[in-house]
Design a protein around this ligand. Structure first.
Ligand SMILES: Cc1cc2nc3c(=O)[nH]c(=O)nc-3n(C[C@H](O)[C@H](O)[C@H](O)COP(=O)(O)OP(=O)(O)OC[C@H]3O[C@@H](n4cnc5c(N)ncnc54)[C@H](O)[C@@H]3O)c2cc1C
Length: 387
């Protein structure tokens, strides 16, 4: 049982052992089929909800368990450690991102309407910012919403949207003021997927995370009521910025959990696999590589725990959260490559878990803000006191 925060807390221990049991019972027997199908079934969301694994740190009055972020982030990290990245990524988007946008920005009515359904797994959440021509540069989005006197009418399209095929509720970023310069003039909307004018495109085929559904979404004269506005008109970009530290912390926690998982499976393999009459773990080159990787794991793990403490006291700033995302995901990809190498040809075979961990790792440096954007954000703080 993997315990990212090395917590001695009884509640964390109990939760993590039930997550492990859940993985062994409901995920492990089916995961290969889901990966081939390119999506895991909606019924898994219901099971996750019934088991109390969704929206754990949402207050009880909105259907959550009122837990702290440490407990909440322990769940997807334990699933990532078991190498079921597609499930944990979808859960993080749902519980760590969408639910917290609603909790922090929503009206009382929005919270009461959506959060209990998200905690039970009846409603699946997605967030749609990226468009075919605008990813890193969100100021360039073309999707727009116009108020017609009684409804907001949304037109446009999105791409690469996690949970897009299964989503019942999508937070959509749209321009509401076409004259506004730069990042102002963007608003967020809570869009229910059964609205007329909402349609889903392809479930996109990817390099890794095969059973995480990733979609195109289209909005054609999509009408939503005035009450669907989330966080104020033209305030969307500010809201996105406010929510980014949590999003990046969640990604970093999963990156470090993935590193631990890869190190454990590779260590076992290296002690069993023999070459030149001895286990490959006895070759100095390989031992030193392991020493380096374990050191990176410890460094990242310590830093992410520090970030969690900052987050729990409301003091995790954008630059620090970006460092966490940058360092941990770069380390994840580097370690994935080194571990795969230690498996030799077997590492390239789909049936060996390290090949999946390797393929799943690659996107971590891209979504949630690319490594280059993280560098940009971190470097701003380096020169903030100078002209
Ligand atoms: C599997 C997957 C799941 C995703 N899930 C979601 C989701 O749920 N919701 C959502 O809204 N989006 C999602 N995305 C989109 C993701 O966040 C974007 O792909 C990402 O932000 C990069 O945007 P882009 O693809 O348009 O690349 P671009 O912005 O076109 O970037 C191309 C390259 O240029 C570099 N670059 C861009 N600007 C700069 C700069 N100023 N300085 C230096 N380099 C720069 C980038 O780092 C990158 O290397 C997902 C993507 C994938 C692949």
């Amino acid at each position: 049982m993997f315990n990212f925060f090395d917590s001695n807390r009884e509640d964390v221990g109990l939760l993590l052992s039930s997550v492990k049991k859940f993985c062994d019972t409901h995920i492990e027997p089916n995961y290969d089929t889901w990966e081939t199908d390119g999506i895991f079934p909606k019924s898994l969301w219901h099971k996750l909800g019934e088991s109390g694994f969704l929206c754990i740190d949402i207050p009880e009055k909105y259907g959550g368990q009122g837990a702290d972020p440490e407990l909440a982030m322990s769940v997807p990290s334990a699933i990532t450690y078991e190498n079921y990245g597609s499930v944990s990524v979808g859960m993080s988007v749902h519980s760590d991102i969408v639910a917290h946008y609603i909790l922090n920005l929503g009206t009382e009515e929005q919270k009461q309407t959506y959060l209990p359904k998200m905690a039970s797994g009846d409603y699946i959440g997605a967030i749609a910012m990226t468009e075919p021509a605008a990813g890193s540069d969100l100021q360039g989005i073309k999707t727009h919403a116009k108020f017609d006197g009684s409804n907001w009418v949304i037109n446009g399209s999105k791409t690469f949207i996690t949970n897009g095929q299964h989503a019942d509720l999508v937070i959509v970023a749209a321009k509401t003021n076409l004259e506004a310069k730069g990042s102002s003039g963007i608003s967020l909307f809570l869009v229910e997927a059964d609205n007329e004018g909402f349609s889903r495109g392809r479930n996109l085929e990817k390099l890794g995370l095969h059973s995480s559904d990733t979609s195109e979404l289209f909005f054609n004269e999509l009408k939503v009521p005035e009450s669907a506005l989330l966080g104020g008109e033209d305030k969307g970009f500010i809201s996105l910025m406010e929510e980014l530290p949590r999003e990046r912390l969640a990604l970093a926690v999963n990156a470090v959990a993935a590193i631990r998982g890869m190190l454990d499976i590779t260590s076992n393999y290296a002690q069993e696999r023999e070459a030149f009459g001895k286990p490959i773990s006895q070759f100095q080159h390989l031992r030193f590589k392991f020493a380096e990787m374990e050191t990176k794991y410890r460094l990242n793990s310590a830093f992410i725990k520090e970030c969690l403490n900052l987050f729990q006291t409301n003091s995790l700033d954008t630059g620090t959260a970006s460092m966490a995302k940058l360092a941990s995901t770069e380390a994840q990809c580097e370690i994935a490559d080194t571990c795969l190498q230690m498996f030799g040809g077997y590492g390239y075979m789909k049936e060996y878990p390290i090949s999946r961990a390797f393929a799943d790792a690659r996107i971590q440096k891209i979504y949630g803000g690319t490594s280059e954007i993280m560098l940009e954000l971190i470097s701003r703080d380096s020169f903030s006191n100078k002209s």
